[in-house]
Design a protein around this ligand. Structure first.
Ligand SMILES: Nc1ncnc2c1ncn2[C@@H]1O[C@H](COP(=O)(O)OP(=O)(O)OP(=O)(O)O)[C@@H](O)[C@H]1O
Length: 214
């Protein structure tokens, strides 16, 4: 099976004043194309640090991240590695469709605005296309961030708690949408505390005190 992303021997120590926090202590993880992998672990176990290292948002002290076909994963284009950040990262002054269309445009998709409205529709947000992020609920903002990630059909998708703001029905809908992305070949890594995400995953990996346990 093709690999969407592979990381090995990742180590990361955060320094807080004189204190050192060993957030990652030799983590290896592989996400195959077309698979949904759930990353679980208690608060503070290192999940966000791991995702940040995979995305190149933080530099690990040691270890490697490989995305097949990409020389520097930290500089990978949107079409290769997409993300739903914990705090969504939407641009406040752009409407929801324009937020999604920006990603489509950067990825070079034809008719980015139409692609954006379609991606929003797949997450039941088409009626909010022209609202600003500040004019919709947190759950709607979260699904917009997911639409922005999926519109480019990425090879690899990282999502940090993507159902954190959603009720049971919308969680089910989002998971179905993620499974559709997997069926189209995307490898998905979801950090989550949500039992519904864990149940929908092909594989579950758990971080405990900076180490991965299966
Ligand atoms: N920038 C930072 N500076 C110092 N310490 C940090 C920093 N970022 C994270 N940490 C510490 O590293 C450890 C792992 O944090 P991380 O955010 O990766 O955990 P998490 O599993 O994502 O938690 P949560 O589920 O609450 O989001 C924690 O002890 C945290 O306090």
């Amino acid at each position: 099976m093709t690999t969407a992303l592979r990381a090995s021997r990742l180590e990361k120590t955060h320094r807080r004043g004189g204190e050192q926090v060993h957030a990652l202590r030799g983590v290896g993880i592989e996400v195959e194309a077309g698979r949904l992998v759930a990353l679980i672990g208690r608060s503070g176990s290192g999940k966000t640090t791991l995702l940040n290292c995979l995305l190149g948002w933080e530099r690990p002290d040691r270890g490697e991240v490989e995305v097949p076909g990409v020389r520097d994963p930290a500089a990978a284009p949107w079409t290769t590695v997409a993300v739903v950040p914990q705090r969504f990262g939407l641009l406040d002054e752009l409407g929801l469709a324009d937020n999604v269309a920006l990603a489509a445009r950067l990825a070079g998709l034809p008719r980015p605005r139409e692609a954006a409205v379609e991606a929003l529709g797949e997450l039941r947000l088409a009626h909010l296309a022209d609202r600003l992020p500040g004019e919709v609920s947190l759950g709607e903002q979260q699904r917009t961030a997911l639409a922005r990630a999926l519109v480019v059909r990425p090879a690899f998708l990282v999502a940090d708690e993507p159902t954190g703001q959603l009720d049971e029905e919308l969680t089910g809908h989002v998971l179905t949408r993620l499974r559709v992305a997997c069926a189209a070949g995307t490898g998905v890594l979801v950090a989550s505390h949500d039992p519904a995400v864990v149940a929908a995953a092909d594989r579950v990996v758990r971080l405990e005190d900076g180490r991965l346990v299966d």
